[in-house]
Design a protein around this ligand. Structure first.
Ligand code: PNS
Length: 161
């Protein structure tokens, strides 16, 4: 069974992430979406909230499993018996960091390879950071995130002026 690991911060999940998840789910038998549990990144949403939002967003995709992990991604991949890491590439600006991560992960665990999916052009400018920036000023994020997530983002900024 071909399994893939799609990891990230998902703070929050965007339409770009969802597009990568759906396309990976068409290629692999199972896609494990893993949220990095790292308080140092000072996320807007807790790990539980991010996992819940991903579950809600992917509930129609039976071969997608949502979970979280701590520590090194390759250690988690080994535990889950997964040899393929999937990442989305939006633009050339992503490339350097992604290449560095892919090569580091391969060095740490040679059985692991990273496969890149080019982000749908519709979402090539979308990032969780931009979503939070727009939402913090009470802007409309409906073009950037799944519908069920919109309200949850608004709630985070409800008392912020
Ligand atoms: O959505 P992000 O923040 O770009 O995802 C980055 C992520 C979570 C994939 C990356 O930071 C990661 O794998 N962190 C776990 C620690 C690790 O394994 N670091 C070594 C890879 S360079």
């Amino acid at each position: 069974m071909a399994k893939a690991l799609y990891s990230g911060s998902f703070d929050p999940v965007t339409l770009g992430h969802l597009d990568i998840i759906k396309r990976a789910a068409n290629v692999f038998d199972e896609v494990v979406v893993a949220v990095l549990n790292n308080k140092a990144k000072n996320p807007l949403f807790s790990v539980e909230e991010r996992v819940n939002m991903l579950e809600e967003t992917t509930k129609d995709l039976p071969n997608v499993k949502i979970t979280s992990f701590r520590g090194l991604l390759v250690d988690f991949a080994r535990e889950e018996n997964i040899n393929v890491i999937v990442r989305g590439l939006r633009a050339i600006t992503d490339f350097e960091y992604e290449l560095q991560m892919a090569q580091t992960n391969h060095e740490l665990l040679p059985d692991v390879d990273t496969m890149f999916l080019t982000t749908n052009i519709l979402y090539s400018y979308v990032s969780s950071t931009i979503v939070k920036e727009v939402a913090s000023y009470h802007g409309d994020v409906s073009h950037f995130v799944p519908e069920c997530i919109e309200e949850k983002i608004k709630e985070k900024y409800v008392s912020v002026q």
